[in-house]
Write a new protein. Structure first.
Ligand code: WT7
Length: 635
């Protein structure tokens, strides 16, 4: 039996048990068999959650790009590493082989060096989903620079905050980007951001849209001419296992964004190992994750995890609705995608459209479907299963976080029997614990609590860049000796986990603990409902009451609203109980969402509480315009 590739449920349990009983032996075997090291570790793991300090594969030496690129050259040099699918389907896709990726990364690495970047320097990358983004990240990793990718949909002020927090001396961007029918003036946003970033010395600008932009003398340089002149040879920097690989910002429930710092060896081992198993990737498969590389999903499961396995990974520049709502399925057919990984919010938005958009395309290549980012509701799960997977591709509902670096709880397809809305079982090496309000661990099955992890795993973030105290306070102070995820979860009668949503979303109504996700599930099952969000607001008698924001499908828009409210309430009463019926239901045309598609409940809570004086920064929302509409129609 190999620890690396899990083939059936019995093997999963064997591997899992071993990973808990002898974690060090377990991870040592995984690391030894499947990666290229310049020097092996002296010690597999040392950890102390009270400090917190976590070190994996201590004193090992490596470069992650040797694992993601160089070692595949001899046997797979001509294999496609990255299929780049542009925004406009009329533009040709690119197939970048491992050999070509190697050359591109070396050239880019040399350009970084010529512009003064050294090991340990932070480089901010603000690029759309074009090949230069992947190449830039790998080039940083090659020379030991720390990349900090900022999603290219963020505003100038969000970019400036992140650039300064990481103290980046270089920024890499493009003239602009394509997004559906629109073009976005990225360089203009960068120029505005950099007015507040005195430490950025160099801006490298990739040409993508060919717009006429301002180039600041002495600071801004066109990237392509520099790449053309750069040498194809570049020796990798030999990195320590615990040297930083990248910083990635995630928003906290309060305060400034947190720069999660990930290190080299543990991150590599864990993302590669999870990728292999959770997508059951086989030689010659084509894998597609629709996320943007600006999020952790893209870092771990578009770039590092797939490339470490020598996989072919699709990088998509466009959006699901352009030129029409069939775009995802067109791309699946075109590139014969075998594994498809997306977010529930995308599934729900596509499920609202006519089925013709799906039925036009041949989806028979699909073997595994993935979901990530938020709880997937029953209705979306079934739509995905019936119409995309045709009931034969297992759905992997993968639970994890920016902080965890890799997938933590997930089915293994063709191994773990699936159950809609359940992330099912912990991945080998992951030891979850459910805690009650008093801080006691809830043992056994059929329990409901706060989700913690009680043992380190290789890809966990090591700190918040520049603020270790905040790292400790946020993740290691709520429960002694445990990493606190901020999520609630239940464990069912067979030990399957269901993530019930952020704990800050739990609402206590008349002393009853209500998770928002199951209520939203019940509402969404109403045939006229497209999407919904439930928040709490203060109530004299009940402590808290519920306020529902509901988006209707086209078919529901013409119906009598009072009747709809009654039906929705009945549905909730039937599925959960009368206690879960919202006090107020407001029909809205959209919900305020973050760029990664998460509902901004903080804003909805304020609106529900009639406290709209200080809504905070709404400029980074995907759709800031809906906020005013919701306020003006609120109760
Ligand atoms: C939060 C982390 C992990 C990459 C994308 C999001 C929620 C994530 C699931 C899932 C239910 C999920 C959790 C988590 N979440 N995946 N499969 N089921 N909830 O990364 O922005 O760091 O967000 O997303 O609440 O804590 P992130």
């Amino acid at each position: 039996m190999s620890n690396y590739s899990i083939k059936n449920l019995e093997e999963y349990f064997q591997v899992y048990r071993k990973s808990v009983r002898e974690p060090e032996n377990f991870w040592e075997e995984v690391a030894e068999e499947h990666f290229t090291w310049r020097k092996k570790w002296d010690n597999v793991l040392s950890w102390d959650f009270t400090k917190p300090e976590i070190k994996w594969f201590e004193n090992a030496k490596l470069n992650i790009t040797e694992n993601c690129i160089d070692r595949h050259l001899l046997t797979h040099g001509d294999k496609t590493a990255i299929i780049w699918e542009p925004n406009d389907p009329k533009e040709d896709a690119l197939h970048i082989s491992y050999k070509e990726l190697h050359e591109r990364v070396n050239k880019f690495a040399n350009v970084l060096k010529q512009n003064g970047i050294e090991k340990g320097d932070r480089v901010c990358i603000y690029l759309p989903m074009i090949p230069e983004l992947s190449v830039a990240m790998l080039a940083c990793a090659k020379i030991g620079a720390i990349h900090s990718v900022v999603f290219a949909g963020f505003s100038a002020s969000a970019l400036a905050t992140r650039t300064n927090d990481a103290d980046c001396k270089m920024l890499i961007t493009s003239d602009g980007s394509f997004r559906g029918e629109k073009t976005i003036d990225l360089k203009g946003i960068v120029d505005k951001a950099l007015e507040d970033c005195p430490n950025v010395e160099t801006v490298l600008v990739a040409k993508r849209i060919g717009s006429d932009i301002n180039m600041k003398e002495g600071r801004d340089k066109w990237l392509q001419p520099l790449l053309e002149e750069a040498s194809e040879e570049c020796e990798p920097e030999i990195m320590d296992a615990e040297d930083p690989l990248f910083i990635l910002y995630t928003s906290g429930s309060t305060g400034t964004p947190k720069g999660m710092l990930h290190t080299t060896a543990g991150y590599m081992v864990y993302t590669a190992y999870t990728f292999k198993n959770i997508f059951q990737y086989k030689e010659n498969d084509v894998y597609w994750c629709t996320a943007d590389i600006g999020w952790i999903t893209g870092h771990s499961y578009i770039l590092y995890g797939p490339l470490a396995n020598g996989a072919t990974t699709v990088m998509f520049e466009g959006i699901p609705s352009y030129p029409d709502y069939g775009r995802f399925w067109e791309v699946v057919e075109k590139h014969k995608v075998n594994q498809f990984y997306t977010a529930p919010t995308a599934i729900r938005s596509l499920a609202k459209r006519k089925l013709e958009f799906v039925e036009k395309y041949d989806l028979s290549s699909l073997k595994v479907l993935g979901s990530v980012g938020e709880p997937i509701n029953e209705e979306a799960w079934h739509w995905y299963n019936d119409n995309i997977g045709k009931k034969k591709s297992p759905i992997v509902d993968t639970w994890w976080q920016t902080e965890t670096g890799g997938i933590m709880i997930s089915p293994i397809p063709y191994v773990t029997p699936s159950k809609p809305t359940y992330a099912t079982l912990p991945f080998p090496g992951i030891q979850p614990a459910l805690m009650d309000a008093e801080g006691k661990e809830l043992k056994g099955n059929q329990v409901d609590g706060r989700l913690c992890i009680k043992f380190p795993w290789p890809s966990m973030a090591r700190t918040i860049y520049g603020n270790h105290q905040r790292y400790k306070d946020t993740y290691f102070s709520a429960y002694e000796n445990k990493y606190f995820t901020g999520d609630g979860a239940m464990r069912d009668e067979v030990g399957y986990y269901r993530i019930t949503g952020r704990v800050d979303d739990v609402i206590i109504v008349s002393g009853h603990n209500l998770g928002t996700a199951p209520i939203e599930d019940a509402i969404n099952e109403h045939p006229a409902v497209a999407e919904s969000a439930i928040v709490g607001f203060p109530h004299e008698v009940k402590g808290n009451a519920l306020y529902g924001f509901v988006i209707l499908k086209e078919t529901g828009e013409s119906r009598n609203q009072d009747n709809l409210r009654k039906e929705i309430n009945q549905q909730i009463a039937d599925k959960i109980g009368p206690i879960a019926k919202p006090e107020k239901i407001q029909f809205v045309s959209g919900l305020p969402k973050t760029r990664s598609g998460k509902i901004m409940r903080r804003i909805l809570r304020k609106i529900a509480s009639n406290d709209t004086s200080n809504l905070g920064d709404t400029s980074t929302l995907l759709n800031p315009e809906v906020v005013d509409e919701i306020i003006s129609n609120s109760f």
